[in-house]
Design a protein around this ligand. Structure first.
Ligand code: IMP
Length: 185
């Protein structure tokens, strides 16, 4: 399928599942090397990261722990910049090596908020692994951004965990909508 329709928007294919899997495998290999003998805690950011987190963790062969958090901060096709509460953050991160797993980093505001909360517990280290990054949208550089799958232009994307108004998360591939429009709901 090269083109799909979700509600009022048309999307075209951008990254095929095969390429996502290949890239994820490489990131997994890198993390296995970087964290050998360290038992990191992977923290997936719901909802968007659920597929990437699953596929990434299948490539991780070192000892590790897994947790998920939820941050409600987004509606429609543009980040509104309002970051709400974080749910489910583990309380025993002191001296641990943390890897935050994101679907996409857009303005970086969500991530900044998560990092602030996690750093309060004084972990040993914090790195971010994001499948997608929109460098031009990033408000300020972030040294924690260590593992990036693909860099994108400022297009709105769906699929492989990412949604448009709650739809499209189940798509295998990633699709883009070139016309970025303000929140549709
Ligand atoms: P940020 O705070 O602007 O970096 O936005 C991060 C969150 O916004 C992501 O975790 C996604 O949930 C959502 N988001 C940003 N860009 C897109 C997109 O292109 N498609 C779907 N969701 C997006």
């Amino acid at each position: 399928m090269n083109k799909i329709q979700i509600e009022d928007r048309e999307f075209e294919i951008l990254i095929e599942n095969d390429n996502i899997c290949k890239r994820t495998r490489l990131i997994g290999i890198q993390i296995n090397l970087d964290y050998e003998n360290r038992c990191p805690v992977f923290i997936g950011v719901l909802n968007g990261s659920f597929i990437f987190m699953g596929d990434l963790l299948k490539e991780i062969t070192i000892s590790c722990e897994v947790a998920f958090i939820k941050v409600a901060s987004y509606s429609g096709t543009e980040s509104n910049g309002i970051v709400k509460e974080i749910f489910g953050l583990p309380e025993d991160l002191h001296n641990r090596d943390i890897i935050i797993v994101e679907d996409i980093v857009d303005t970086g505001l969500t991530l900044r908020h998560i990092l602030k909360q996690i750093n309060k517990q004084k972990p040993a280290s914090v790195k971010v692994c994001s499948l997608l990054l929109k460098p031009a949208a990033l408000k300020e550089p972030m040294e924690e951004l260590e593992y990036i799958g693909f860099e994108l232009a400022n297009d709105f994307v769906v699929g492989y965990g990412l949604d448009y108004n709650g739809l499209g998360r189940n798509l295998n591939d990633i699709y883009r909508n070139k016309t970025v429009v303000a929140a549709a709901r």
